[in-house]
Ligand binder design. Structure first.
Ligand code: IMP
Ligand code: MG
Length: 182
């Protein structure tokens, strides 16, 4: 299917930023980088819902190490802005005690979500905690949550597609689009 050159979600216009073929190619490379780093360790993969579901499902088949994939809901974004609280399901975190973890995120913006999560994991006698994010906005980073593995570094723009949404719209787009109205 041909990708539209412009889409409108609510009050905002978006244009293509990264096409699906490029995303998939990078995901395969990223999996290779991660496989080399992890080696023969057993890893608990923690994909952050809803945004990272597409990334987690795309990269998972390329991992060569023993792993278990978990999904965890954390909601911190309110429309366009990172909100000041992160909603974590604590009971699930307790099951990860003593294990090595790789967090899978869709995008690191301020770094708040990833920072809160890694801090809570580290307090729970967990093994190594690493972070892989499909996208990272280095110019926006305000918390110490630089990903160990990054798919693409982008500017401070707001994006949708490949799991990422604007007010619950745009998640199912196979390409990544950037907002041209902000
Ligand atoms: P942070 O806590 O500020 O790093 O934001 C991380 C979360 O906000 C990500 O997991 C996304 O779900 C969401 N987010 C950040 N930037 C964007 C964006 O450009 N588009 C859609 N969601 C975003
Ligand atoms: Mg997210």
């Amino acid at each position: 299917m041909v990708s539209p050159t412009e889409i409108i979600l609510g009050d905002l216009r978006f244009k293509p930023l990264i096409f699906n073929a490029i995303i998939m190619e990078r995901i395969r490379e990223l999996a290779k980088e991660i496989n080399e780093e992890i080696g023969s360790q057993k890893i608990e993969l923690l994909a952050i819902l809803d945004g990272a579901e597409a990334f987690a499902k795309a990269i998972h088949p390329f991992f060569s190490f023993e792993n278990q994939l978990h999904f965890m809901k954390i909601k911190t974004y309110d429309g366009l802005h990172s909100s000041a609280s992160a909603d974590l399901d604590w009971s699930e975190l307790d099951q990860l005690r003593g294990k090595n973890i790789l967090i899978l995120e869709d995008i690191i913006d301020s770094g708040f979500t990833a920072y809160k999560l890694t801090e809570s994991l580290k307090k729970r006698e967990i093994g190594d905690v690493r972070l892989a994010s499909l996208l990272h906005k280095p110019a926006q980073l305000k918390y110490p949550a630089k990903p160990d593995f990054t798919g693409f570094e982008i500017g401070p723009e707001f994006v949708v597609g490949f799991g990422m949404d604007y007010r619950e719209q745009g998640r199912e787009l196979k390409d990544i689009y950037r907002c041209v109205d902000l």
